[in-house]
Design a protein around this ligand. Structure first.
Ligand code: NDP
Ligand code: MG
Length: 392
């Protein structure tokens, strides 16, 4: 059986890519609680060496990787650097599992390397599947590697599914973000602070902006398609502001199974890294139906959140269409966070870049990276030519 590849008596050996981020730090909180179950092999950060140094002191990784200022790292003899460092971590077969919790396109290459080395993946980085879902899922199957989703909706679906062939559709819930009850005009004049004020989840800046435009839900539709091999017309989105129902599936016989829990990322992170085991771990309190006053559901407003349609369109087109949408969105989000463009410009820019892209149907990994690079250059150029300054 697949799961017997772990020696359950021994500690599970884990590395975390992005240990200083929102998911990474929460994963370390889980691991601290389950210190008899896990041994940390490697940690990786971007530039936050202060936090990384504290993590080194507490968790004693054998190696760490940073993308800047390696000279500031203290307490670990083996300091790796940049994308080559991430590759080295993911080639180390001492790892039983790697949590990929970097943000953006940086996650893709190391994930592929880990899979090729037969290492299981706890996947937070949705961009990996959005950019190269076909390739990544096939590689995982060929190498007998488990990819267990951390993203709360996909983690919920993973927990609900017994037999995928009997599933009629997936129902992904969306909190609706900070602009759920605001008008399009409110969104057009929104500040960075307003876009970052997510009502339910405390996350990294990029995903928080994507949650405000619902592009995050768009990426999640594509992520779900790849993870569960489900056609796009069988993936629905429903807005559920309380974020208690994390997602659901409907079986062919009409029975619906939903996964419910308090809105805390600790739970899906713990599920993914412990899979197939379950432990009490970091659970803070028991779920109480009577304490939840009400649960609301409504159809998403596709006019106010046009990214949803764009994501369905890119997903159905396939090939490099999703690479184009993802790259254009990410660059536009960075420009928004830098105060260069307005919130609604993100959609307009991504739509322009996406619709002018010549899709490669079955791209290789190299073609995916070339497309990504080209799209980002075009997006930056478009922002500088037509948006920047006009909007500020
Ligand atoms: P954060 O921005 O909080 O963290 C990103 C992590 O990646 C940090 O450790 C950061 O390091 C590191 N990093 C950034 N740039 C580089 C680089 N060039 N090289 C190496 N490491 C780098 O993001 P989140 O934790 O919010 O999200 C991580 C991923 O998980 C994303 O793909 C997101 O979509 C997904 N996700 C997140 C959820 C959440 O609740 N946060 C929920 C579901 C999915 P440093 O800080 O040191 O610069
Ligand atoms: Mg999610």
């Amino acid at each position: 059986m697949l799961y017997l590849k772990y020696n359950l008596v021994m500690k599970k050996r884990i590395s975390i890519l992005g240990s200083t981020g929102s998911i990474g730090t929460q994963a370390l909180e889980v691991i601290e609680k389950l210190s008899d179950k896990f041994e940390i092999i490697s940690l990786s950060a971007g530039g936050n060496t202060d936090l990384l140094n504290k993590q080194i002191e507490k968790f004693h990784p054998k190696s760490v990787c940073v993308s800047s200022h390696p000279e500031n790292v203290q307490g670990c003899k083996n300091v790796l650097f940049g994308s080559e460092g991430l590759e080295e971590i993911c080639s180390n077969q001492e790892n039983d599992i790697i949590l990929v919790a970097v943000s953006g396109k940086i996650g893709l290459k190391p994930t592929i390397t880990a899979i090729k080395n037969g290492i299981d993946i706890a996947l937070a980085n949705k961009e990996t599947l959005v950019m190269a879902g076909d390739i990544v899922m096939k590689l995982a199957k060929d190498n007998n590697v488990n990819i267990v989703p951390v993203d709360s909706e996909h983690c919920a679906i993973h927990q609900c599914i017994k037999d995928i062939s009997q599933v009629e559709k997936l129902i992904i819930t969306a909190s609706g973000g900070p602009f759920l009850n605001k008008t399009i005009e409110d969104m057009k004049s929104a500040t960075v602070e307003q876009a970052l004020a997510h009502p339910r989840w405390n996350m990294g800046r990029k995903i928080t902006v994507d949650s405000a435009t619902l592009m995050n839900k768009g990426l999640e539709i594509i992520e779900a398609h790849h993870l569960f091999n489900m056609p796009y017309d069988k993936i629905d989105v429903v807005v559920h502001p309380q974020s208690v129902v994390h997602s659901a599936i409907e079986y062919v016989d009409g029975s619906v199974i939903a996964q419910i829990g308090l809105p805390s990322m600790h739970i899906p992170i713990q599920y993914a890294i412990c899979y197939p085991e379950r432990y009490e771990g970091i659970k803070s309190k028991s779920f109480s139906f009577s304490e939840i006053a009400r649960l609301d559901f409504q159809a998403p407003d596709f006019e106010k959140f046009p990214f949803l349609n764009l994501a369905y369109s890119a997903g159905r087109t396939g090939g490099t269409a999703t690479v184009a949408l993802n790259g254009a969105d990410e660059e536009a989000v960075f420009a928004f966070l830098n105060g260069e463009i307005k919130l609604y410009d993100i959609y307009e820019i991504a739509e322009k870049i996406y619709s002018s892209h010549n899709v490669i149907k079955n791209p290789t990994i190299d073609e995916i990276f070339e497309t990504d690079k080209e799209i980002r250059e075009k997006t930056k150029e478009l922002i500088h030519r037509s948006y920047q300054c006009l909007s500020i």
